[in-house]
Ligand binder design. Structure first.
Ligand SMILES: NC(=O)c1ccc[n+]([C@@H]2O[C@H](COP(=O)([O-])OP(=O)(O)OC[C@H]3O[C@@H](n4cnc5c(N)ncnc54)[C@H](OP(=O)(O)O)[C@@H]3O)[C@@H](O)[C@H]2O)c1
Length: 279
């Protein structure tokens, strides 16, 4: 069992940089829906927003942040860039476009969205991201959808990978992937952490603790993520569901309850194969 205690709400990505364990996922929200969901989420207490170039909502997310009135320094903002930008100069250009769309002047976390191994430039992209950190444009960098073989190539170039955002839910636990992260000190961020309202939310391993603790099934699954030391970025535009998804720091699952959720693992791979899929 992770040593995380119930009140821990952030994790360290890199020295001096902590990321809130629960962030608001913003795909597939766009336009006014995205702006309104972000403003509402910040009002509901979210301090971490997850967006991407590919979601075509960065401008709307930026608008939602501005409307909320929050100080930029109180918010952890993540975005991701597409594979055509994977070069030293390209990453710098991608950063410029991202901050312009978002209406900010720095990013907390900038992420390679997909490795696109056939293009063969993701290592250079990570080097470009490290340069942005060194130059103070971004606070931390990360990758997404990188398999161990992709991560190894980045590490072989002498870089420590701070974070990998991958698809994880109780039925898609990717144990080999997570073991690699643990072994190499790579922080895991779970996307689709609720399996897009997956069937496992009705399984007794989830509904049992929900009943015992007076929580919802989604809260139990998000608590399972954070208690394993993972970041999770559930998406909801709904006022109540946003609040419940963030409210997972006042209770604790017992080791046996964590084990029972771990046992829902099916061995199924993620929806998309990052050796071939990219954008
Ligand atoms: N890096 C990548 O390649 C990648 C890929 C996919 C997604 N992501 C990120 O991960 C985020 C989340 O993933 P996702 O949207 O695929 O899946 P998800 O967060 O697991 O599930 C979202 C779905 O669950 C519903 N939901 C949210 N909270 C709920 C609750 N408490 N009870 C019941 N249903 C609930 C939402 O509906 P309502 O809105 O109606 O509440 C929505 O239909 C995305 O928004 C995006 O930021 C990253």
């Amino acid at each position: 069992m992770s040593s995380i205690t119930k009140e821990v709400t952030t994790a360290q990505i890199s020295p001096g940089v902590r990321i809130p364990l629960i962030g608001l996922g913003t795909w597939p929200l766009t336009g006014e829906d995205a702006a309104a969901a972000v403003t509402q989420a910040i009002g509901n207490g979210y301090r971490h927003i997850d967006t991407a170039e590919n979601y075509a909502n960065e401008a709307a997310v930026g608008e939602g942040i501005r409307r909320s009135g929050i100080d930029r320094g109180d918010l952890f903002l993540t975005t991701k860039f597409n594979t055509p930008w994977q070069s030293l100069a390209g990453v710098r250009e991608a950063f410029g476009h991202a901050v312009q769309r978002l209406g900010t002047d720095y990013l907390d976390l900038f992420v390679v969205h997909w490795p696109n191994p056939a293009q063969g430039r993701f290592v250079e992209a990570c080097e470009g991201l490290q340069q942005l950190v060194d130059g103070g444009s971004i606070r931390a960098w990360g990758v997404s959808n990188f398999k161990p073989a992709h991560l190894r190539l980045v590490q072989d170039a002498g870089l420590d990978v701070p974070l990998n955002q991958v698809q994880i839910d109780p039925e898609h636990g990717q144990p080999g992937q997570l073991a690699y992260h643990r072994h190499h000190g790579i922080l895991t961020a779970a996307y689709s952490p609720l399996g897009r309202n997956g069937n496992f939310l009705n399984h007794p391993a989830v509904t049992g603790p929900a009943q015992d603790l007076g929580k919802t099934p989604a809260q139990i699954v998000l608590r399972w993520h954070v208690q394993h030391g993972r970041v999770a970025v559930p998406k909801s535009a709904d006022y109540e569901r946003q609040r419940e998804n963030l409210d997972v720091f006042s209770f604790e699952l017992m080791p046996s309850q964590l084990d029972a959720i771990d046992a829902l693992e099916t061995g199924a791979p993620p929806r998309l194969n990052s050796d071939t899929y990219f954008h």
